[in-house]
Design a protein around this ligand. Structure first.
Ligand code: NAD
Ligand code: 13P
Length: 416
């Protein structure tokens, strides 16, 4: 059987960490995966810090600005976005998007959500038609009147099936191999097991006619994928199923539970970033742990309600309380995540969250403020802002229309 080639699209703080995890697993399962993992890097120039262990006065790579991909492939470390962490040597940094995804049957999307659509457009027509994806992106895609998950958007843009990975996973901790759990949501249509072997791995497969996923019992989240002509994975490859997902992501320090609720897993990751901003504010105001717990409780209920209302056909409400992608991610993000930390500093210093992001994160991107705006746009269109008082309050505070000090009033339920 043919081995799966894996590409990680993205190489930020989490992208590089996931490339490390996956690189370790492709080495461990040579029967299933090709050894080398491609990691697409948004190329930029970096200068090695004189304190870096890789700095060497006589080396060319220590002289002024150098390409990040060259530094990663020489020193096996993403010195800008994941400094101090050794990447496996089989993780190959590649600045050429099209080349990095060529012939890969498993594509892992891991970058700040604002960049993904543009990348998908560039990738279209250049990937294996039967590839399968996993989105590690924490965000939602809002188009005025409609909301969709990035797994769906990617699936639709590229004509492939895409699941999601999300959990209580602060990247720096996972990279240091401190124990954590994650949730992989993967619910591909059952046609994968019935595919005949195509003549070549590239080009259309003989069984590529339109498949009505709903008739196959597949839980299509918002119906987007029903419009896509999905290609089955050829039988010369191992089926891309829950078992292979577990083998690709599970480590002793990174426990994976594979489930089918793509909507619940994706929404948990997106909406907790908004709640974490509020948690940062109340902590920054010095209101203590009770206040933060109250924000988290209200946030969790709004996350669950959001899923029930807008993804009613597929959501499993338990995902928010049972899986790492729900309550556990909320707790970790409201304790030590970047959104939490930057929101806390912003209120302590009286500066905007963007100013703090620019100063503190060295190019890493916050997702909470942007997601608050996107979610608000959708709720406003639906006339439902009042039904999500915390999510709406975060937006109003970011806009300067309200003050974080008023959060207790803003989230107080109206009398029945
Ligand atoms: P990051 O915050 O480190 O973002 C920076 C990345 O964006 C870099 O790789 C940079 O090269 C890239 N970039 C900058 N401009 C770009 C452009 N114009 N086009 C394409 N790429 C560009 O990213 P991250 O932490 O890897 O986050 C990726 C996703 O993972 C996000 O959705 C985030 O919410 C989620 N996530 C992050 C963590 C974490 O702890 N960092 C944990 C779990 C999930
Ligand atoms: P931040 O982006 O706020 O750091 O959150 C990281 C995360 O998603 C932890 O699970």
């Amino acid at each position: 059987q043919r081995k799966h080639k894996v590409t990680v699209v993205g190489s930020g703080n989490w992208g590089s960490t996931i490339a490390k995890v996956v690189g370790e697993n492709t080495l461990e399962h040579p029967d299933l995966f090709e050894r080398d993992v491609q990691m697409w890097v948004f190329e930029e120039d970096v200068e090695l810090d004189k304190k870096s262990k890789h700095y060497n006065e006589s080396s060319e790579l220590s002289q002024g600005k150098q390409k990040l991909t060259k530094v990663i492939n020489t020193h096996h470390e993403n010195v800008k976005y994941l400094p101090g962490i050794a990447l496996p040597h089989n993780v190959i940094a590649n600045p050429d998007l099209i080349d990095s995804v060529k012939n890969s049957s498993i594509l892992i999307f891991n970058l700040p959500h604002q960049f993904i659509l543009n990348l998908c457009k560039q990738m279209r027509g250049h990937i294996l038609p039967f590839a399968r994806g996993i989105s590690c992106i924490k965000g939602v895609n809002v188009e005025e009147s409609a909301i969709s998950l990035f797994s769906e958007t990617i699936g639709q843009e590229l004509g492939i099936y895409c699941g999601a990975l999300s959990g209580a996973n602060i990247a720096s901790e996972v990279a240091l191999e401190k124990f954590s759990e994650t949730t992989v949501a993967y619910d591909p249509p059952p046609m994968d097991s019935q595919a005949p072997t195509p003549a070549t791995s590239q080009g259309p497969s003989p069984a590529s006619s339109h498949v009505d996923l709903t008739k196959l019992g597949h839980k299509d989240v918002t119906g987007k994928l029903s419009k896509v002509k999905l290609k089955p994975v050829p039988s010369e490859y191992r089926a891309i199923d829950h078992d292979i997902m577990k083998k690709l992501f599970h480590r002793r320090y990174f426990h994976v539970r594979v489930v089918s609720d793509v909507a619940g897993v994706s929404l948990g990751g997106a909406l907790k970033n908004v709640v974490a901003v509020a948690a940062g504010w109340v902590d920054g105001l010095g209101w203590g742990d009770n206040a933060k717990a109250a924000i988290m409780r209200v946030g969790l209920l709004e996350m669950r309600d959001f899923g029930n209302r807008f993804f009613p056909n597929t959501i499993q409400p338990d995902t928010f309380t049972v899986e790492s992608a729900g309550v556990a991610d909320l707790i970790t993000s409201c304790s030590g995540g970047r959104n939490f930390r930057c929101a806390k500093m912003s209120i302590q210093e009286g500066k905007s969250i963007e100013e703090i992001e620019e100063r503190e994160l060295n190019g890493q991107k916050l997702q909470g403020a942007m997601t608050a705006g996107e979610v608000n746009k959708f709720l406003r269109y639906k006339g439902l802002q009042k039904d999500f008082p915390l999510l709406s309050a975060v937006y109003d505070i970011l806009q300067g229309k309200e003050k974080a000090e008023n959060l207790p009033d803003l989230i107080e339920p109206e009398d029945e």
